[in-house]
Design a protein around this ligand. Structure first.
Ligand code: NAD
Length: 333
């Protein structure tokens, strides 16, 4: 065992899952005391089981670490408070919170039921809010904390699970907002989008779906083969461990991408084109009379103009359609 996190106490949600369990083991191996939280649900978020959490706790203990189990659901606001309190009561305080819980209910927008929408938004977004909400009370008081939330590359937009994409986009915004609010109290909040073969990404149904996409010409052979050789979740934790150490005190509000042999960081979301009453910057393709430009035109129009065209091919083709193509024409009024 190393000692980078000796004396620190962590709550890891989804701690029995593919990625969460690896994070629990890695934090414990660095000396942190862990509350392993998981309801033991199926992939779609239904059902409960205690054994998966207990197995992770036992593995940590067998390797010389310290861990206790929590079977609370993060979707329940009161249960989430109990989860954070359990860490404080057992170990004295909470230093680290990792939200690695999740479920999937995949459907196209036109087939998605209200229940499928609610379930995924509740687990990913509300669950992450709940634990952060209660942990931030403690972290603000003690002027120290490290929060890591798990998002997905799907936050940029996705096909076949708009509920998941929206929830993960919400997690990004939530994390960045927490970073802004809590930074002055010595608390950092970052998130990461992993790629790892777990039951969520690599079960038989998903593999069959990818094969169908290949056969239907929706993805290339290269993309299919890359998917089929997806590495496991054991490659995820090293950057997570780094982000919760003292060394990473200045890294706040960032979105990382993590997969085997690759760590990426997303750019800051920024307004890249604008038109104002004072000056037209020749960027947006909008025909409008000058008198119709509202005072805060630059902001509002960009929100409305994101040019995401219909999905008609592999993601690589879609990415080519970007804001820079757009021009503005404003008529004098
Ligand atoms: N595996 C990937 O490639 C990948 C890619 C992008 C994002 N993610 C995200 O990473 C996180 C972990 O996913 P994973 O691949 O390890 O999946 P997983 O299914 O193995 O783990 C998810 C865990 O969350 C638990 N869980 C579900 N609902 C819960 C609740 N209400 N309270 C507490 N625990 C609950 C489940 O029981 C499960 O153990 C998820 O947020 C997922 O969206 C994973």
């Amino acid at each position: 065992m190393a000692n980078r996190l000796k004396g620190k106490n962590a709550v890891v949600t989804g701690g029995a899952g593919g990625i969460g369990s690896q994070i629990c083991l890695a934090l414990a191996a660095e000396g942190a005391n862990i509350v392993v939280n998981d309801v033991g649900a199926t992939r779609d978020g239904s059902g409960t089981a205690k054994a998966p959490v207990d197995e992770v706790v036992n593995e940590i203990k067998t390797k010389g670490g310290t861990a206790i189990a929590s079977h609370d659901s993060v979707v329940d606001f009161v249960a989430a408070e109990r989860l954070i309190q359990t860490c404080v009561d057992t170990f004295g305080r909470i230093d680290i919170l990792v939200n690695a819980h999740g479920n999937l209910r995949d459907k196209m927008i036109w087939n998605m039921s209200e229940d499928e929408w609610d379930s995924v938004i509740n687990v990913h977004l509300k669950g992450t809010f709940n634990t952060c909400r209660h942990a931030c009370v403690r972290m603000r008081e003690q002027k120290y904390g490290r929060i890591i939330n798990v998002t997905s590359d799907a936050w940029r937009g996705t096909v076949g699970h708009v509920n998941y994409g929206a929830a993960k986009g919400g997690v990004v915004s939530l994390t960045r907002s927490i970073a802004l609010e809590m930074g002055r109290y010595g608390v950092t909040a970052n998130c990461f989008a992993p790629i790892a073969a777990t039951r969520m990404t690599f079960d038989d149904e998903v593999k069959a779906g990818m094969k169908k996409r290949l056969e239907g010409g929706l993805i290339t052979k290269e993309q299919y083969e890359r998917f089929m050789s997806m590495p496991g979740p054991e490659h995820t934790p090293s950057i997570v461990v780094y982000l919760v150490t003292e060394e990473a005190a200045n890294i706040n509000g960032q979105i990382f991408h993590i997969e085997k042999s690759r760590v990426g960081i997303y750019s800051e979301p920024a307004e890249v084109k604008m038109a104002t009453k004072a000056k037209v910057h020749s960027t947006l393709k909008i025909s409008t009379a000058e008198r119709d430009l509202p005072g805060n035109f630059s902001r509002t129009i960009l929100m409305a103009m994101w040019p995401f065209s219909p999905y008609n091919g592999p993601p690589s083709r879609r990415v080519a359609q970007i804001v820079s193509q757009i021009t503005v024409s404003v008529t004098k009024s």
